[in-house]
Design a binder for this molecule. Structure first.
Ligand SMILES: NC(=O)c1ccc[n+]([C@@H]2O[C@H](COP(=O)([O-])OP(=O)(O)OC[C@H]3O[C@@H](n4cnc5c(N)ncnc54)[C@H](OP(=O)(O)O)[C@@H]3O)[C@@H](O)[C@H]2O)c1
Length: 316
């Protein structure tokens, strides 16, 4: 079973590769070098300097590799930058997605698309279900919602996974910023009126590994996955302020005060959903997964971060 991963040098994909390489043949594609040894891949395409951009590049790669699954993690993920550069966001989140799934269609690969809580407006007072209607409030959310629609109508075999509040050792994320700034900051002002599911890339990668193993072993499972949307993440919920307090306490920095504040008007260029919690019930039912509580995962993250003196990890 061969899995092609786009955005293979990114934060989630790096942990995913570490997990998948034990059981699968992997092909990576990114515009920059991988954060794992290149030997982790059967073939790695660094397309940063490739003059053949657009559909032809992806058709060539699919023809050469003929993967069973395409895991499309490549995206423009800096949500505030998407507001400033909407055309680039459209190119990387919508057009790139279309080019990749159309090429996957030609060789019969199952297309896995990663979407986000930002497709919702965040006004619901309960966790979002997979069938709730998107109503994005930011360019990032709009481009991801547009890409979801294209995938649903144009990809021959697909599954959409919406994820949120991701952090890991191999990219910029909220808990890393807290740990990096805690030394200089006597206190933080952090919003307490936005809630979500802090989700560790290691845990999410483990879930994807189990899903792809079941996909390989079980034809009925493979059939069931087709054309579905799932929400994935760690269990439990938190506000950003609660998340920061927990990270600081785990790192032995509990004396750094967190002031819990309400989101100020025009706080950041991209509007953040107030309610980012997405229900995990469908994934629990269909996959039998039982994600651990985010406390346990975040505690482990802090330990790994401190062990690797993480400040240098995942920097471009
Ligand atoms: N992080 C979150 O909280 C979160 C939440 C919900 C959904 N997601 C989705 O989950 C996926 C993975 O997220 P992540 O946080 O791991 O993202 P990430 O670290 O930004 O990884 C994305 C990777 O894709 C690369 N890339 C950009 N354009 C490309 C292209 N044309 N061809 C090949 N590679 C390209 C990026 O390179 P450069 O960095 O050099 O541009 C980066 O290495 C994304 O689709 C994201 O939208 C993330």
């Amino acid at each position: 079973m061969k899995i092609l991963i786009t955005g293979a040098s990114g934060m989630l994909a790096t942990d995913l590769v570490k997990c998948l390489q034990r059981d699968f043949e992997l092909v990576g594609v990114d515009v920059r070098a991988p954060q794992v040894p290149e030997g982790s891949f059967k073939r790695f395409y660094n397309t940063g300097g490739d003059p053949i951009q657009g559909p032809k590049l992806w058709e060539k790669i699919m023809r050469e590799q003929s993967p069973d699954i395409v895991f499309h993690a490549a995206a423009m993920t800096a949500v505030d930058r998407c507001e400033a550069e909407p055309e680039l966001a459209e190119a990387l989140n919508v057009k790139l997605t279309r080019d990749v799934f159309q090429a996957a269609n030609q060789t019969g690969a199952h297309f896995v698309f990663l979407s986000t809580d930002y497709v919702f407006d965040g006004k619901k007072e309960a966790p979002y279900e997979t069938e709730d209607l998107p109503n994005p409030k930011s360019i990032y959310g709009q481009t991801k919602a547009d890409a979801e629609e294209l995938v649903k109508t144009g990809a021959k075999a697909y599954t959409i996974f919406r994820i949120s509040w991701l952090y890991g050792l191999y990219g910029d994320s909220f808990p890393r910023t807290i740990l990096e700034k805690a030394g200089q900051a006597g206190h933080f002002d952090i919003v307490h009126d936005q809630v979500g599911r802090p989700t560790y890339t290691v845990d999410l990668s483990g879930i994807f590994c189990e899903i792809f193993k079941a996909y390989t072993a079980n034809a009925a499972f493979k059939k069931r996955l087709k054309g579905q949307i799932y929400h994935l993440g760690n269990d439990g919920t938190a506000s950003w302020a609660e998340f920061a307090e927990f990270i600081l306490a785990q790192a032995g920095l509990g004396s750094t005060r967190v002031n819990r504040i309400a989101t100020p008007p025009k706080h950041r260029p991209a509007e953040r959903p107030k309610m980012s919690v997405m229900s995990l019930e469908k994934a629990k039912r269909d996959f039998g997964v039982n994600p651990r509580h985010w406390h346990e995962a975040a505690g482990e993250f802090v330990q790994s971060y401190q062990k690797h003196s993480g400040a240098s990890l995942g920097k471009k």
